[in-house]
Design a protein around this ligand. Structure first.
Ligand code: BTN
Length: 262
């Protein structure tokens, strides 16, 4: 069902979100947000369904009508460019808090996932577009599994939805407004150089802090290490078995339940 944009707008409590555009069916809200020529900061693109939803590492993102699929367009100042990874963390925090308001106990998984009992309920894909050597926009794409009652076989072990967890249909308009309000709140901190508040919030809700994890990046083998920090650029700081600290801006983290210490 088409969301009532007026209802969403009425619930917004900050000035970040300007225009909201809804498409019944899109390839991917990120693709639309990346390709639009004229955009302004705070524009939101919502897709009723995505025919070619994209996840990290170029994976497909299953996006039926029952979910919430949207992208927020940000035009960050050039003095913030080295910190744009924090925008993904802000997106995750915004969803984390909105879902927690529904009394669902979820985990934040660096950098872009929200899990319920180890199953995914939300993923975030941030992309940026440059004009010359200037970042023209950052697109923070957020996908929340809201009202699905089942998942395709290949996802059923790894994904769940808010409706499955609560046993009740969730109002997507209220949820979206809540996420956008939270996003606006933390984005204001980002703009005002209060990034520490964002990082501290992440750290206090991040299940994997001080746990031993397996870490892999596309160019490096998997290794074990203890998560010790997140930097102001959004990097994960991992203490390796030999005691060395290493920072990562991207990568896949998994928690080995049988080995929470070296
Ligand atoms: C991931 O966990 O791999 C990231 C998934 C991101 C999905 C969202 S849905 C809205 C936006 N449009 C897309 O095509 N992807 C993101």
């Amino acid at each position: 069902m088409k969301p009532d944009i007026k209802v969403i707008k009425r619930k917004l409590d900050n000035s970040l979100i300007t225009k909201i555009k809804y498409y019944d069916s899109v390839t991917s809200t990120n693709k639309v947000a990346m390709e639009l020529e004229e955009v302004e900061e705070g524009m939101v693109i919502i897709g009723g369904e995505q025919r070619k939803g994209r996840g990290r590492l170029n994976r497909n993102w299953h996006s039926p009508k029952s979910g919430l699929w949207f992208s927020i367009i940000i035009k960050p100042d050039k003095n913030k460019i080295d910190k744009i990874a924090v925008l993904t963390l802000i997106g995750a925090l915004a969803v984390y808090e909105a879902v927690s308001n529904l009394n669902i106990n979820v985990d934040l998984k660096w950098p872009n996932d929200i899990l319920y009992k180890n199953k995914k309920i939300c993923g975030i894909l941030s992309q940026f577009r440059s004009k010359g050597n200037k970042v023209d926009r950052v697109v923070v794409g957020i996908g929340v599994n809201v009202n699905q009652t089942s998942f395709p076989k290949e996802l059923s072990d790894t994904s769940t939805s808010l409706r499955i967890i609560k046993g009740d249909k969730i109002n997507k308009e209220i949820l979206l407004a809540d996420v956008l309000n939270n996003f606006g709140f933390y984005y204001e901190k980002f703009e005002n150089d209060e990034i520490n508040d964002i990082i501290n919030k992440w750290k206090s809700n991040m299940f994997m802090l001080h746990k031993v994890i397996s870490f892999s990046t596309s160019d490096k083998d998997k290794f074990k290490g203890e998560v010790v920090d997140i930097t102001e650029k959004g990097e994960l700081v991992v203490k390796k078995e030999n005691g060395d600290l290493e920072k990562f801006i991207a990568g896949d983290v998994s928690i080995d339940k049988n080995s929470l210490s070296f």
